[in-house]
Structures are given as structure tokens and as C-alpha cells.
Design a protein around this ligand. Sequence first.
Ligand code: 0XW
Ligand code: MG
Length: 369
Amino acid sequence: MKIVEIHVFQHDLPVRDAPYRMAGQDVWHLDTTIVMLVCDDGTVGFGETCPLGSTYQPQHALGARAALTELAPHLLGLDPTHIGRVNATMDAHLMGHRYAKAAIDVACWDATGKVLGMRVCDLLGGAVRERVPSYHGILIASAADCAEDAERRQAEGFPRLQIKVGGRPVEDDIEAIRAVSGTLRPGVRLAADANKRWRTRDAIQVSQACRDLPIVLEQPCESYAENAALVGRIAHPLYLDESATDLATVVTAIGTGVADGFGMKVSRVGGISAMRAVRDVCAAHRRPHTVDDTWGGDIAAAASLHVGATVEPDNFEGTWIAQPYVDGHYDDEHGIRIDGGWIDLPPGPGLGITPDVSLWGDPVAVFTA
Ligand code: 0XW
Ligand code: MG
């Protein structure tokens, strides 16, 4: 089996009820990149990478497409079921740019599952459950509005909440965290995510002011070093998200006692293959983590969902997907949806979705053998 065509599509995803408000960033629409691999036996695999704007992480949509343009000619003729070889070939021709490579990696997993008649989650060791818990992000707002959103989402069935903080006086963050924490039903967990916006001073002050609350702090500060400097000075477990750039950093953050858990993005670390390794390292060291992506449509959501379904429940913080903020689906029947705070795995092989390719218009680039 060989890859004989690679199509790259650009697609706009307007944000429903925009803006999506997080520290330092109002998000109005997203620019996603979709890869379609066509194989010599007619098998087709899809992958997607959708950075959350250009300042959430050092990744952006044009960068993804530029990297894919550089990579694609080297991948024609490779066997997509030899996913390790495909990743090695990408690394041999372009350093870094894991978020672009992720689209190819995910498409290879999709094609492999389809040709073997197996779901990606089963290729990854098997689903531990068919319904995967999600979590809801409460956007930057007043304490009263945050608490109201928290009540509503728990009533819907979300087993975990994340409150966005940062980019405003710490007193406002403390008030909002306290208000949301006060709504928590038994068993519902809460993370406060500053999306790298706090200074170490702010993180220490908020944590000390909320020391009686059972929350985790997610990516409080920008750099890895700033977050590492919080160890021993904050009263809460520390989760890394934006700073957990790759497997090596995850290993270091665990080995040096910096991270108690992670908010993980499939595209950031390089796709399903890299996320599987992160999953296994986190399992070995008992560090809970999410399996998300920054944004994206059904393909990105399905990739996260399939990996999320394979994480042991005790070590799993859920799979966030962008679907509540995106109108429509690439696959109307099996598109990935949150239902009562949980997400059902689609039944079909590969990623389990059959996108309507016509939605994306003409590809921006096509590479043929
Ligand atoms: C809440 N998320 C999973 C969605 C946005 O992409 C940001 C992200 C996070 O935790 O930072
Ligand atoms: Mg986060």
C-alpha cells in the first residue's frame, strides 16, 4: 500500500457565539488545515491541524501549510500503515513543526484503520470505554456569570470544568474561582487555566488565596522556567499545557517534579503517535492528563477522542473538543458531538468519520506520485 496523492485543504471555522474569550485572546474565527491522503488501493485517510490563532502557541495556520508543502513530496510512495517510518521521514526532512506533521500522522492512522477494518482506538490498544468524558471551559467573565455557566454545565452532565483566568486583576480571578468552586457537585473537578498569562507573583497570590479549594492550576505562566519556579510556592497541583511541547518536555517535567498533570494537545506533540507515547509515560508516572486539540472540526475532534478513549479512567481528565463553538460537521451522521458532557465514539473504522470533501472547496495544494 502506497500514498499516491496528498491533498491539502484550507477551511474557515467561524466561532459560534464569538468571541471565545481566554486570557489575552478573543477568538472570532479559526483557520484550519486538512490533509487527505489517497493510497494506491483507493484507501483515503484524513488529518487536520488547527492552531488557536497565532499567539496561543508558536504555531499558525500558514506555518502548517508551508510545512506540509515542504514535507508532502517526500511522503509519496511511502506505506501509510508504517506510521513510524512516515514520522521518521518527516523528521528527516523538516525539524520541528510537529503540529503540521500531526495532520499527516493522523491521516496515516485513519488510513491504517480503514484498510484493516479497525477503529483507531482499537489500534491504540483498545477503548476502555465507548463514551468519553469531556470537560467544559468557562470563559473569562464575571464571577456571577462564571458560576451560572458552571451550574448549567454540571446540570448537563460535564464531569469536569475548567475556568479561564488571567489578563485581569488577580482579585477578579480569585473571586471567579471561588464562585465556581462553590457550585461544584460531588466528584466534579475544576482546573483554573491562566493560559500562560499570570506572572509567578500572580500565580502564587491566587493559589495562596484559594488554598482551601481543591483545584489544579493549569499553565499559569508563559515559559517552562516560570512555571517550574512555582514548585513549592503554590498550594495546588500544577498542570502544564502550552509548555508541554513534546514528549521530551513531558518526560522532563515529570522527572524533575514540575508537573502533576497535563492539558495535552494532539497536534502540538505531533499527532496520535506522539500522544500515545505521552499517554503511556503519564500512565507509568501516574500523571493525569487531558487529550484535546487546540481547535478544529470533526477530524481533529475524532483524533483526540480515539486516544482519549484508550486512557485509563483514573489517569484521564477528559477530551475537550471545539464542536460546541463550531457550526455544522464534516460528516453529518458520524460527526463528533458532546452529548450531556460526554462524547460517543463513532462506530466505523479508522477515525470513524466520512467527511464531505466538497465543504472545503478546491485544495490549496495537491501532490501526486
Ligand atoms: C480549553 N482548551 C482545551 C480549548 C482551547 O483550545 C484552549 C484549551 C486550553 O486548555 O488551553
Ligand atoms: Mg489549557
